[in-house]
Design a protein around this ligand. Structure first.
Ligand code: FAD
Length: 450
């Protein structure tokens, strides 16, 4: 078995990255602005949300400036696990309790988001290894299986394109008993997707500036002034697409998002027949319904990538970092438990990124101050949702009536409840998951002995 002990020097054999394992940093940075610029709309942040917003506004004839602190795609957009999913964050039963009347609208929004982003990949011809396999919220215990069956029913009644499936028949790895099959979406390389969007952006009429951190956004009688190190941008309107980093800006509504650090690990390549021997004959992404999910997916590099389980948060501004040793070691333990026949397979790489969680578990869009809008906080589901949300906001700013899917997540007032996410609550959720895993292991062992 591969050594999972973490001694502060990193898990043996794993190379830790402070960026992403999916793509290399570009070397051809867009310029930094100098002096005074004017435009119709300034977009702050160049992740999926900001790039999609800017591209759509430019298509609609607006004069757009995009300002990105690093390079476009630098944040979660290049780092994520690559599940293009039609799911909302949060357990469906909880969502049904919190949003009984709104759930069909929210489900329609999430479903449309997956289809929109799939079409966007095709329309821009982005080569990002997209495989339309769908994804499965897959149970590892009979208790979880009952919960996923009930959740499939809740989602279907709300109009979601999902189905309850059994593991053996469906081609899931043997430890997974079945779950909710989300038919829309699939798996892709998010780094290639983000850099493909960046190529489209740099080729468009959008004036893009990189290595340009916005320091202040100030509404004035005649528009909005955006301050950066080298000068100022005078815009009629501004879109904040700063996601987990929104706390850095005073104009962003207080408590809008809680940044949560999420980690991923990738193995060495595995012979295809060994993968098939685990029962994973259908190359769907697998996500568990634990309080804090685990995810496992095959990659086009012949490796397995897995993540989450243990989350970190911060009270201050999110700073760039590498995953913690303890988190990587814990993820590896999870991998060994779910794939016992692959314990000899070595982990090779680890990286992570900040996601933006909201207290409502829903993405948020609205007007933070006069002429300052935001499209933020997809709660770890932004691969499908962020480009869609940005595009819907762009259409609204270009003069369209507010689309019903934008209305589904629109905030009429920029007021946000305090988050329950803190180091103690995240640790408690992790502990509950491990206790339930242990309980299931013991039951399985005693039924095997009988
Ligand atoms: C490890 C990990 C795994 C994930 N897995 C999945 C998954 O499988 N499926 C899924 O749907 N989602 C997943 N997500 C979430 C997904 O990546 C995000 O929801 C999505 O990328 C959000 O896009 P965004 O444009 O809103 O934010 P980001 O990509 O974070 O972009 C925000 C950008 O704003 C810039 N910025 C911030 N402040 C300023 C400023 N003051 N001035 C200028 N620029 C600024 C940042 O530099 C950054 O580039 C995952 C995220 C992580 C980190």
């Amino acid at each position: 078995m591969h050594d999972v002990t973490a001694d502060g020097a990193g898990v043996a054999g794993v190379s830790y990255s402070a960026f992403s394992g999916w793509a290399d940093r570009p070397t051809d940075f867009a310029p930094m602005p100098e002096g005074e610029l004017t435009c119709d709309i300034a977009v702050v942040g160049g992740g999926y949300a900001g790039m999609a917003t800017a591209l759509r506004l430019a298509e609609r004839g607006a004069d757009v400036v995009l300002l990105e602190a690093g390079f476009c795609g630098w944040g979660g957009s290049s780092r994520n696990a690559g599940y293009l999913s039609n799911a909302l964050a949060g357990d469906p039963r909880l969502l049904n309790t919190l949003y009984a009347r709104r759930l069909p609208d929210l489900v329609r929004y999430a479903d449309e988001a997956a289809r929109f982003t799939e079409k966007l990949i095709g329309r821009l011809a982005v080569d990002c290894d997209y495989e339309p396999t769908g994804n499965v919220i897959a149970a590892v215990s009979p208790g979880q299986l009952r919960r996923t069956e009930r959740n499939a029913g809740i989602l279907r009644r709300a109009g979601a394109d999902v189905e309850f499936v059994e593991g053996r028949d469906f081609g899931l790895p043997h430890t997974f008993l079945g779950g909710v099959f989300e038919r829309a979406g699939g798996l892709l390389n998010p780094g290639k997707f983000a850099l493909g969007l960046r190529d489209a952006l740099l080729a468009s009429d959008v004036r893009t500036y990189e290595r340009t951190a916005v320091r202040a956004v100030e509404p004035h009688a005649s528009g909005v002034v955006v301050s950066v190190a080298g000068g100022r941008v005078h815009a009629e309107r501004v879109v904040l697409a700063t996601n987990a980093y929104s706390r850095d800006l005073a104009i962003a509504p207080r408590r809008m998002v809680t940044p949560v650090w999420t980690s991923l690990v990738e193995t060495e390549p595995i012979a295809p027949e060994r993968l098939v021997a685990t029962g994973w004959t259908r190359r769907t992404g697998v996500i568990t319904p634990h309080a804090i999910l685990e995810n496992y997916r095959p990659t086009p590099r012949g490796t397995i990538m897995f993540g989450t389980r243990r989350l970190r948060t911060t009270r201050g501004a999110p700073t760039n970092r590498e995953p913690d040793d303890a988190v990587v070691a814990d993820l590896l333990r999870g991998f060994h438990e779910r794939f016992p026949s692959l314990v000899d397979v070595a982990p090779r790489r680890a990286w992570g990124g900040w996601i933006a969680m909201t207290s409502s578990l829903l993405p948020v869009a609205g007007e933070a101050a006069k002429n300052v809008f935001y499209a933020i906080g997809c709660n770890g589901h932004g691969l499908a949702q962020s480009p869609y949300l940005g595009t819907l906001l762009a259409d609204r700013l270009a003069g369209d009536r507010r689309h019903e899917d934008l209305t589904a997540v629109w905030r009429t007032r920029p007021r946000f409840a305090p988050s329950v996410l803190s180091a103690p609550t995240l640790h408690a959720a992790w502990t509950i998951d491990r206790v339930s895993d242990r309980f299931h292991r013991r039951r399985t062992l005693s039924s095997q002995k009988r």
